[in-house]
Design a protein. Structure first.
Length: 696
């Protein structure tokens, strides 16, 4: 199917550069080929003048058939332009990456430039294969978008049954006592977490990446959200600083055993394996800002606002939270895109010239690429307040949904809307984004804040009672959400910097709690039975912990936030295995049981007598054959003589337990045991324990 983007269609037959409308010196295509060696180098370099596309002032091309290319050959190229960044000399010619390149290779970078240019201004080469008269990603050998064997899209789980696994693409291993080794968990390593027939590359020694294992299907999650996978200049921290928006990350597609990178091929195989295993694939998009993007030199003023503090009246200066000085946009060391300023320009989507925001249309064209070539099923939008422009957020959402619906239509399938989700990270949780249908969902940071306080046995500061703290955490509708699919709930997210944001294990340690197993299990029982879409930060399911801290013992941006990733070696600890198995039992319940796929929730018992903090809630439609009951003990209380089977009074009674429908039986899920009718609602309880009962 031809992409619904004029620019992407043109790219199949020509080298295309958009947005150099005011250029007095035309851009050049610099093209050559890779020569193997240590290091690799460029040979057969040529310079080819680019010309304006007739009738379009800001679109330049060099037709592939006019470049004397040989079929079946891979070419490395840049566009040479006059530097446009106002912080640089304005008469310097510089080689930039193709801003819409499908693949880049950081082994080959532009030449060294004089000060004030730095090594960051040496852009990587773009890479393309010329085959059968077309330009295409070289690692696919003409097989772009090969999803053979992929199941029908309506076989994937709907939004109300999701459990999302948030996975950093940097991993660590324990090298020896007291030391650690950080490496890139490549697309192939991630594939090995899903496909039992695949083996890890960079992390081939891990049990979870060995042949015969499918860790994520064992765990039971049915949605994978990788931290940003678009190409970045960062040496694979967690990717929050995208450089090239149309290319999968070079490092993720170039594990240590490869002789040449293959990010497009490997990402396609990963998504295909996800779908075969009924796992949806989410991408994390970073659109508020970019790090070393080619347009910083190609067309800086039209795409970027470099210093909001010195341009406070600029329409792109403030974030979406307010117009005062405390709400200036923050690029976190990267450069902020413009989404409010409009110019007359070629539109890479429609191909027409109109009044538009270049940055908006660039991002939408990249979305076309990700949707069509990689069959993504959902989007997590980073730093929504710094993206700032709600009109653009809505446009992006609607385009993604339209493309997803087309995939379902082509397959003759139904249910597209309930299997696509665009969620935003805006920790102030402005529900207007949902009410105005700009986004489908939001990260529900308040769940994490509230449930963590409950796991310490404390009220949240905004609540007068402990009971209110738990009630509001368990049902996102108490915060104004109207449906479970609108709230992404989590115990920990990748934003582990700062007060109460640490990994759950470290959070307990900082609060003087060292017997963490039961409380972590209790936290997951709350997460996986609450109203919302649960998300698990990779490693939390086995109590992974931080290793890197600053001098004050904190996780910060400069110490461990983005470079202290998941350590799967810790799964070797017996107590951590127990937590993982507990979590897995609840994940599988959450993704399959009808009671947890609806909003219906009722607290049927609360007990704060004699030092107890016991709450019991029912999920599912009352009096139906599909119900789940959770008994959660947020206290040190234990039933007296609880372990004595000869004591019939060693029980905790829950009055008003739901009636058992004919032909149904209650099962305690975390221990995988059927409960006799005489015992249901009459079992002993233990400190900081949750029991989860479901009708089967």
């Amino acid at each position: 199917m031809n992409p619904p983007s004029d620019l992407l269609k043109r790219k199949t037959s020509a080298f295309i550069l958009w947005r150099l409308g005011s250029a007095t010196t035309p851009p050049l295509l610099i093209i050559g080929q890779l020569q193997a060696g240590s290091p690799v180098s460029l040979i057969n370099e040529r310079q080819i003048a680019m010309t304006r596309v007739p009738g379009i002032a800001d679109l330049w091309e060099a037709a592939a058939i006019n470049c004397n290319l040989k079929g079946g050959q891979i070419y490395y190229y840049w566009f040479e332009v006059t530097a446009s960044n106002p912080d640089r000399p304005n008469n310097v010619r510089i080689r930039i990456t193709d801003p819409t390149a499908y693949m880049v290779d950081w082994r080959i970078r532009g030449p060294v430039l004089p000060a004030p240019f730095t090594d960051d201004d040496r852009f990587p080469a773009s890479v393309a294969l010329f085959k059968s008269g077309k330009l295409m990603p070289p690692d696919l050998d003409g097989n772009l978008g090969n999803f053979s064997g992929e199941p029908r899209p309506d076989s994937l789980p709907p939004n109300n049954r999701l459990v999302i696994y948030e996975l950093p693409t940097a991993w660590t291993r324990s090298a020896q006592v007291g030391s650690r080794d950080v490496g890139v968990g490549s697309f192939t390593d991630i594939l090995a977490l899903i496909d039992a027939n695949a083996e890890g590359e960079n992390f081939d020694e891990l049990d979870v990446t060995k042949l015969g294992r499918s860790y994520l299907t064992e765990l039971g999650v049915n949605a994978l959200e990788l931290l940003p996978i678009a190409d970045s200049i960062y040496d694979r921290q967690w990717g929050y600083g995208t450089t090239n928006y149309f290319a999968p990350d070079f490092e993720l597609g170039f594990p240590s055993t490869y002789t040449s990178p293959a990010p497009n091929r490997d990402l396609g195989e990963l998504v295909r394996a996800c779908h075969i295993n009924r796992i949806r694939f989410f991408v994390d998009v970073v659109m508020a800002f970019a790090k070393c993007n080619p347009y910083l030199e190609g067309d800086c003023d039209e795409f970027f606002l470099l210093d909001p503090g010195h341009h406070k009246s600029d329409p792109d200066a403030h974030n979406s939270r307010g117009q005062d000085d405390s709400n200036l946009r923050n690029g976190f060391g990267a450069s902020l895109f413009r989404y409010a300023q409009m110019v007359n320009s070629y539109d890479p989507i429609s191909g027409q010239t109109s009044l538009l925001s270049p940055a908006r249309q660039l991002m939408k064209a990249s979305l076309v690429r990700w949707m069509l070539d990689f069959h993504i099923d959902g989007i997590r939008m980073d730093s929504v307040e710094n993206v700032q422009n709600w009109d653009f957020i809505q446009e992006y959402n609607q385009l993604g949904r339209s493309l997803y619906q087309q995939r379902f239509l082509a397959a003759g399938a139904n249910g597209a809307d309930e299997r696509f989700l665009v969620v935003g990270e805006e920790l102030n949780e402005p529900l207007e984004l949902l009410n105005q249908k700009r986004l489908d969902g939001l990260w529900h940071q308040s769940f994490k804040d509230y449930i963590r306080m409950a796991l310490l046995g404390r009220n949240h500061e905004r609540e007068q009672t402990f009971e209110a703290t738990v009630r509001k955490a368990i049902d996102c509708r108490a915060f104004g959400f109207s449906d479970m699919s609108q709230a992404i709930i989590y115990l920990t997210s990748h934003d582990v910097e700062g007060f109460r944001n640490e990994r759950l294990y470290n959070f307990f340690k900082y609060n003087g709690i060292f017997e963490t197993e039961q409380r972590i299990k209790l936290g997951f029982a709350c997460l996986l039975t609450a109203v919302g879409i649960p998300m698990i930060l990779s490693g939390d399911e086995f109590a992974d912990e931080h290793d890197l801290f600053d001098v004050n013992g904190n996780v910060t941006q400069d110490s461990g936030k983005q470079v202290d990733p998941v350590n799967f070696n810790r799964l070797g600890d017996d107590w951590r295995k127990r937590i993982k198995e507990y979590v897995s039992s609840l994940v599988k319940l959450r993704t399959t049981h009808d009671a947890l796929a609806v909003n219906d929730t009722e607290f049927i018992h609360v007990d704060f007598e004699e030092g107890k903090r016991v709450l019991v809630w029912r999920r599912g439609v009352a009096n139906s054959a599909s119900q789940v009951v959770v008994l959660a003990n947020f206290s040190d209380y234990a039933t007296p003589d609880a372990l004595n089977p000869q004591n019939p009074n060693a029980q905790y009674v829950v009055p008003n337990w739901p009636q058992t429908p004919n032909g149904k039986q209650w099962k305690e899920v975390t221990q995988n045991r059927a409960v006799p009718a005489a015992q249901i609602g009459r079992e002993p309880i233990f400190p900081w324990e949750a029991k989860v009962y479901a009708l089967f």
